[in-house]
Write a protein that binds this ligand. Sequence first.
Ligand code: BMA
Length: 330
Amino acid sequence: MAKIIGSSLPGMPWQDKPAGYDMPVWRYTENPVISRHQMPNANSIFNSAVVPFRDGFAGIFRCDSRGLSMDIYPGFSKDGLHWDISTQPVQFQDADPEILRREYRYDARVCLLDGKYYITWCNGYHGPTIGVAWTEDFQTFHQLENAFLPYNRNGVLFPRKIDGLYGMLSRPSDTGHTPFGDIFFSQSPDLTFWGKHRHVMSTCKEDPSAWQSTKIGPGPSPIETDEGWLLLYHGVLTTCNGFVYRMGAALLDLEQPWKVKYRSRFYLLAPEELYECVGDVPNVVFPCAALTDADTGRIAIYYGCADTVTGLCFTTVDEVLNYIKANPLE
Ligand code: BMA
């Protein structure tokens, strides 16, 4: 039995695995957990991040407006299922005006680190890069410098320092809509200056794992376990009908997270349900957040569905680790 290193979260959303179901990840029966019209003038609410907060949960939600402007909005929930999302996007303060100036914002992650909630997101600055900010109350948000030069997406912080430095995964790319991409690990003494970049893993060229052949990107903040950092990530296949986004998992070394101990050859979740296959961008599952309970090993994953709504699915640390160990990418 693997053990999650973290807090108890008995109130997290949960449903047991359905009887007779033999896959390692199962969906919430009431999906989508957040609909596209849950906020006035929203076109879509997806690729969003949630964390335990006070006696419930808070989150940063990607809402594309009916003008199709991409921005991020705070939200609160008592149970992680029913969400009250602000109608006002996150307002950042404190940063250099050059950095505060908004182009577009999307695909936030949230990570509790040193007692503050750090938000990373895809931040438009002459191309997509990684914005960084922190909050203590999800009302006042303090922006830091962008972590990297453009072009980069999917900046994901580790929840503690490793060997005395903060750690972030990301997926650098080019000026286009990311026709390729590998995952890298970067380190920082202060969350402003990032360096000591290390390659973590590349795409897998077609057979035997074609679902991750075009690009890969980190999903939720890595989950610390006694066997390593459990990373959920997305992998993309290019088909004659465009990109298909699926979810996989890898186990990274605890002290040197750029070293991959195991990685899934088979995907863990793929677009199969109607709300994952049909929407503004069909055939996308895109995980951005995971709630965990150290007592039971339970994991609840929030994921964007077809760039339109937000889904919730469940697994456990043992389900994932047993699956990727039984079906490893050599
Ligand atoms: C990626 C990002 C995500 C999106 C996905 C599928 O490049 O832009 O926000 O969910 O494409 O369209």
